[in-house]
Design a protein around this ligand. Structure first.
Ligand SMILES: Cc1cc2nc3c(=O)[nH]c(=O)nc-3n(C[C@H](O)[C@H](O)[C@H](O)COP(=O)(O)O)c2cc1C
Length: 353
C-alpha cells in the first residue's frame, strides 16, 4: 500500500469519528452481578495467563495496527514500550510494505527492539495468498520482527468497497491450511471489525489455525474509514450502505465459542475498557484486544500508551474483585455475568453514548 495512504489511515483514525454509526458490540447487554462480599483481597487478584504457551501478565492484546511510515515507526515504538512494560501481547500492522521496500522493515522491527521479551505477532492480509504471496513471504514477515506467531487478517468488505481492492477470495481456506502446516510458528486468523461467524471459525479450525481473533463489529469501522478517505462519490455511497454491516463482537464471540469451543480466542472490536474485557473473558475469550484506544495513546507518547495498558488492567482487576474472581480461570468460569433484559439494555446503551 502506498505510504501516503497509510499516513491518511492514521490521520483519519486519530482525528475523525470512524466508529460504527449505530451497531454496538453488545457488551452493554451484559452486566456482572455485584458481590458486596467478594471474600478476596484486591491486592491478590491475579490477571496472569498464558496464550499459545506464552506467559502474559494480563490477558490483553494491542491489536494489529501500523507500520510503513516514520509516524508509524514512532507509534510502534510506543506501543512496544507498553507491551514490554505491562507484560501484554502486541500485533504489528500489515507488513506487506516492509517486504516490498526493505528500508521500511525498520518501522516494524522497532517493536521487537523496544519489546525484546513481549509476545509479538506479525501480520499479513490473508488475501495476499491469492496475489503472489506464499510461505516465503510469511517467513520473512515473521523474521522481520522475530515474531511469536503470524496473524493473517480477513477484510473482504474493505477490499470490496475500494477501487482496485483485492477481491479474489476463492480457495483461501486451503491456502491458509498450507501455511499453517509449513510455517513453523502459530498462525492466528483475525477479522478487522466485522466479526467471525461460527462457520468461518469451524473452517479455520479444520485447517489447523492456532487461534482466532474475532474482531467484531461495534468499534472501529473500516467502511467508515474508507468512506472518509476516498474522493470518489460512488465509493462513499456504497461504503455508507455497509456502515452497519458485521457481527457484533459479543454475538461473534458466542458463535465462535459454540462452533469451536476449544479454540484459543481473542475477543476484540470495540472493547473500550477493562470492564468490557472482563465481560469478554466471562463469555469465553482467552484474551481481549483493543486497537483504537492504544493508537490514540501511542500517538502521544510511550508513557500514555503504558498508562492506557495500566488503566485497563486496573479496571479488569476491580471488576474481578467485585465478582469474587481471584484469577483469570475463575473469571472465565464465573456465574456472575447476566444478560440484561431488552429494556435494561436500551438504558445501558443510552448511558454509554
Ligand atoms: C489505524 C489502524 C490500522 C489498522 N491496520 C490493521 C492491519 O494492518 N492489520 C490488521 O489485521 N488489522 C488492522 N486494524 C484493525 C484492528 O486490528 C482492529 O481489528 C479493529 O480496529 C477493531 O478494533 P478497535 O475497535 O479496538 O479499534 C487497524 C486498525 C486501526 C485503527
Amino acid at each position: 500500500m502506498h505510504s501516503q495512504r497509510k499516513l491518511e489511515h492514521l490521520r483519519v483514525n486519530l482525528e475523525e469519528n470512524v466508529q460504527f454509526p449505530n451497531l454496538t458490540t453488545g457488551f452493554e447487554r451484559y452486566a456482572f452481578v455485584h458481590q458486596a462480599l467478594p471474600e478476596l483481597d484486591l491486592a491478590t487478584v491475579d490477571t496472569a495467563t498464558t496464550f499459545l504457551g506464552h506467559p502474559l501478565r494480563v490477558p490483553l492484546l494491542i491489536s494489529s495496527m501500523t507500520g510503513g511510515t516514520e509516524r508509524a515507526r514512532l507509534i510502534n515504538a510506543n506501543l512496544a514500550a507498553a507491551a514490554q512494560t505491562a507484560g501484554i501481547a502486541m500485533g504489528l500492522g500489515s507488513q506487506r510494505a516492509g517486504l516490498e521496500q526493505p528500508e521500511v522493515a525498520a518501522t516494524f522491527a522497532v517493536a521487537r527492539e523496544r519489546a525484546p521479551q513481549a509476545v509479538i505477532f506479525a501480520n499479513l492480509g490473508a488475501v495476499q495468498l491469492n496475489y503472489g504471496y506464499g510461505l516465503d513471504h510469511a517467513r520473512r514477515v515473521v523474521d522481520m520482527v522475530r515474531a511469536d506467531g503470524l496473524i493473517l487478517h480477513l477484510n473482504p468488505l474493505q477490499e470490496a468497497i475500494q477501487y482496485g481492492g483485492n477481491t479474489n477470495w476463492s480457495g483461501l481456506i486451503a491456502k491458509i491450511g498450507d501455511l499453517v502446516r509449513d510455517l513453523g510458528v502459530p498462525v492466528i486468523v483475525k477479522e478487522v471489525g466485522w466479526g467471525l461467524s461460527g462457520d468461518v471459525a469451524r473452517a479455520l479450525a479444520g485447517v489447523g489455525v492456532a487461534a482466532l481473533d474475532l474482531a467484531g463489529a461495534g468499534g472501529t469501522s473500516w467502511s467508515e474509514v474508507e468512506r472518509r478517505l476516498t474522493p470518489d462519490e460512488d465509493v462513499r455511497r456504497i461504503a455508507r450502505r455497509f456502515a452497519d454491516w458485521g457481527i457484533p463482537t459479543t454475538e461473534s464471540l458466542r458463535m465462535v465459542k459454540e462452533a469451536t469451543p476449544d479454540m484459543p480466542t481473542v475477543a476484540s472490536g470495540g472493547v473500550r475498557s477493562g470492564v468490557d474485557g472482563a465481560k469478554a473473558l466471562a463469555l469465553g475469550a482467552n484474551l481481549f484486544g483493543l486497537a483504537a484506544p492504544f493508537l490514540k495513546a501511542a500517538a502521544v507518547s510511550a508513557e500514555a500508551a503504558i498508562a492506557t495498558a495500566e488503566e485497563i488492567t486496573r479496571e479488569l482487576k476491580i471488576a474481578m474483585f467485585l465478582i469474587g474472581a481471584g484469577n483469570i480461570d475463575a473469571l472465565q468460569h464465573t456465574s456472575h455475568l447476566r444478560r440484561l433484559s431488552p429494556e435494561e439494555a436500551i438504558i445501558m446503551a443510552r448511558s454509554a453514548e
